[in-house]
Design a protein around this ligand. Structure first.
Ligand code: TYM
Length: 345
């Protein structure tokens, strides 16, 4: 349905909270670049409003925001093809987010597994923003009437909530096709990159051990060391992908290899069937270095010129605002807010 009624448009975002991992790169950024190179309009956000749902030191937030822009650009996002901006600079996100707080139901929010994981036993002490976060995420997507959202597996439930919010808004206000029913795009071998020390847990920037993750800014030596020490198992690589079924660490390493080389896991297994870890791990480490080192070198170069990065964000924010503001104005009319004058934007 989304395809026929609404112009195709891609939106996605990443939080500038701490470093970026190989999970962010393979699950999101690499796929943002692939989608940029199609005919569909692409909008990629640095979601700073989301970052502050947990405490962020202001100067670290500024650094992480710029570093994420540097990662986007160094990985191949091109400002002449994609809109790159930071969320706080387009007021429609927060304004539509409030309206969606009034559309989403408590029961829906209570089912959000990521909130439960993040809040843990501490649910009474976390911010209200952390709880409301998925409805702001729906606003991010729907302020652009985005039809497609490339994300990793962990964001699937949030995109499903976005669909529920869009459907309820369209229904309650009797505007059947106003918001599209957005499709999550969760594809490829790296929709869920797992930790290097524990193949049953997602690789994350906040995980306890730095050896569990590859950071996009890690040096070549560190990347080699981390893959060398990565947990594997006692068996050689199997003859087919089915043989990886009950081997989470082995499966993860093969999937990482596949995504880094733009191949399928099947073709990687075909090449390495029967190989020992002593052969596969160094090949994987070399491959990772060959992909990540040029990106991290370019990121450091871009970070030398923060004014240039801020200019990218300012120009992107103006373009994003030009799309989101008219959508918000329509929403205000639909909801029944009186708009007496043109807003000074
Ligand atoms: P965030 O910042 O936690 O992660 C950014 C993106 O990286 C993906 N990702 C992974 N993919 C595979 N394996 C992993 N180990 C891994 N770790 C992270 C995430 O799935 C995500 O795609 N709520 C979102 C940000 C957001 C957003 C949006 C996304 C805010 N508004 C609107 C899409 C559309 C988040 O916290 O992602």
């Amino acid at each position: 349905m989304a395809e026929t009624l609404h112009t195709q448009r891609v939106f996605s975002g990443i939080k500038p909270s701490g470093g970026l991992t190989l999970g962010n790169y393979l699950g999101a950024i690499q796929r943002f670049v692939d989608m940029q190179n199609t005919d569909i309009e692409t909008i990629y956000c640095v979601v700073d409003l989301h970052a502050i749902t947990v405490w962020q030191d202001p100067s670290e937030l500024r650094h992480a925001t710029r570093e994420l822009v540097a990662a986007y650009v160094a990985s191949g996002l091109d400002t002449s093809k994609s809109i790159i901006f930071n969320q706080s600079q387009v007021p429609a996100h927060a304004e539509l987010g409030w309206i969606f707080n009034c559309v989403a139901r408590m029961g829906w929010m209570n089912r959000m597994t990521q909130f439960k994981e993040k809040a843990g036993k501490n649910a009474e002490a976390v911010s209200l923003g952390l709880y409301a976060y998925p409805s702001l995420m729906a606003a991010d997507i729907l302020a652009y009437k985005a039809t497609h959202v490339p994300v990793g597996e962990d964001q699937k439930q949030h995109v499903e909530l976005t669909r529920d919010i869009a459907a309820k808004f369209n229904h309650d206000f009797k505007v059947p096709d106003f918001f599209p029913i957005t499709e999550p795009i969760i594809e490829g071998a790296s929709t869920r990159v797992m930790g290097l020390r524990d193949g049953t847990k997602k690789m994350s920037k906040s995980g306890a051990s730095d050896m569990d993750r590859i950071n996009m800014t890690d040096s070549a030596e560190l990347i080699v060391k981390k893959f060398k020490k990565a947990k594997s198992d006692a068996e050689p690589l199997p003859e087919s992908v089915e043989g990886l079924k009950d081997r989470p660490e082995a499966r993860n390493l093969v999937n990482i290899y596949a995504s880094l080389s733009g191949r399928t896991s099947e073709s990687v297994i075909e090449e390495y069937a029967g190989a020992q870890w002593g052969r596969f791990k160094p090949a994987l480490a070399d491959l990772a270095v060959s992909v990540l080192e040029p990106i991290s070198t370019e990121m450091s170069r871009l970070m030398q010129d923060p004014a240039e990065i801020d200019k990218i964000l300012a120009e992107g924010s103006a373009k994003a605002n030009a799309i989101a503001q008219p959508v918000l104005e329509d929403v205000y009319d639909i909801v029944g807010f009186i708009r007496g004058q043109q807003w000074p934007r």
